[in-house]
Design a binder for this molecule. Structure first.
Ligand SMILES: Nc1ncnc2c1ncn2[C@@H]1O[C@H](COP(=O)(O)OP(=O)(O)O)[C@@H](O)[C@H]1O
Ligand SMILES: [Mg+2]
Length: 344
């Protein structure tokens, strides 16, 4: 369409000018034998030009209308899609000690794709710190996305506080669970706005505390503007690690019960990563899930889940896994050195 409409303008002007040439050529004979005057010939040329220019405007209008029509059809198609996720009616929460429970959960992104998670069962107790480890594509992010109910499982049940996750309303879930996604996204605006992220009730004091835990307080202190320091679009004036820590601080405000870090310390150096984990450990009444590819990051968790190709191949503490989980042994051996196996 672009090619044809780009031809339209030059083609119309070509026809217009050829028309003028023809009128002048034949008009000249008529003027010569005296049937029309020179003035009438010029008037004729003016009329012809006006008519063709009007036709040109009309053709532009027709293009615009056709475009608008096909766009509106597409927009309406999008409007007509009903979300497959149904909002739950909201529930009163009971407290039975188990925070999150997966019962034989399987999930695939579409009917045709192979299962990204198959037959996953585990439970996480209240206020535990859980590590999830596994290679890329093993389904770690998929698993945490299911906890946040970004997708519904194909089969099996996910319970939070003993209640089926589908019964919670979305706002209830979002309040309960904070997710730091794998890809840190920050916006142009102040640090304060980036941390608040729409939670207007959050005080400056709470923001500073969250920044402290996320190991970003030093950076903010070093800026004259403090919390008013402007972050550029996409966080261009921050380093990768600073961006990640900013999104971690965002997840900490608003007092969530469950905090999920999806590979959120991948751009941090080991030292900052360790400090961050230590600060997280000191938080009271939080269930924390740390997803990582690094053994050192999940080593001290109360329980480590080992994922491989969508399957749960091991669950337990670091020392236990070193003894009885071949996949974990493999990862530990590569990252911590052969020695770890001998010590365990
Ligand atoms: N949005 C998506 N649509 C379709 N397939 C996906 C999507 N996200 C992830 N997958 C697939 O699911 C599997 C697990 O991916 P993911 O959970 O992101 O792994 P990890 O976080 O462990 O690296 C991969 O095979 C990946 O190709
Ligand atoms: Mg991931």
């Amino acid at each position: 369409m672009g090619r044809i409409s780009s031809l339209l303008n030059p083609a119309t002007y070509l026809i217009l000018n050829l028309g003028i040439v023809l009128i002048l050529y034949f008009g000249a004979f008529s003027v010569n034998i005296g049937t029309i005057t020179q003035g009438e010939l010029i008037a004729l040329i003016n009329y012809a030009t006006q008519i063709i220019l009007a036709l040109l405007a009309l053709s532009q209008l027709i293009i615009a209308i056709t475009r608008a029509q096909s766009s509106s059809i597409r927009i309406n198609e999008v409007f007509e899609i009903a979300p497959s996720m149904k909002n739950g009616e909201g529930v009163a929460i009971k407290d039975d000690g188990v925070k999150i429970e997966f019962k034989n959960v399987s999930f695939s992104y579409s009917d045709t794709a192979e299962e990204a998670l198959s037959g996953i069962s585990f439970s996480i107790n209240k206020n535990e710190t859980i590590g999830i480890i596994g290679g890329t594509g093993s389904g770690k992010s998929t698993l945490v996305n299911l906890i946040c109910r970004f997708y519904d499982a194909n089969s099996g049940e996910i319970l939070i506080d003993g209640v089926d996750i589908k019964k919670f309303s979305f706002s209830q879930l979002r309040e309960k669970i904070s997710l730091v996604p794998q890809k840190a996204s920050v916006f142009s605006g102040t640090i304060r706005e980036n941390v608040k992220f729409g939670k207007d009730y959050v005080s400056d004091e709470e923001i500073l505390k969250a920044l402290e835990i996320a190991q970003l307080a030093e950076f903010v202190d070093s800026k004259e503007e403090g919390l008013d320091f402007m972050v550029l679009q996409g966080g261009k004036n921050l380093s990768g690690g600073q961006r990640q820590r900013l999104t971690i601080a965002r997840a900490l405000v608003g007092n969530p019960e469950i905090i999920i870090l999806d590979d959120a310390s991948s751009a941090l150096d080991y030292q900052t990563d360790a400090k961050l984990r230590k600060a997280l450990k000191e938080l009271k009444d939080k269930t924390i899930i740390i997803v990582s590819q690094r053994c050192a990051t999940v080593k001290n968790a109360d329980k480590i889940l080992v994922l491989d190709d969508g399957k749960l191949v091991g669950a337990g503490r670091h020392e236990e896994l070193l003894k009885n989980c071949a996949e974990y042994q493999e990862i530990a051996k590569l990252q911590l050195g052969e020695g770890v196996l001998g010590n365990a």
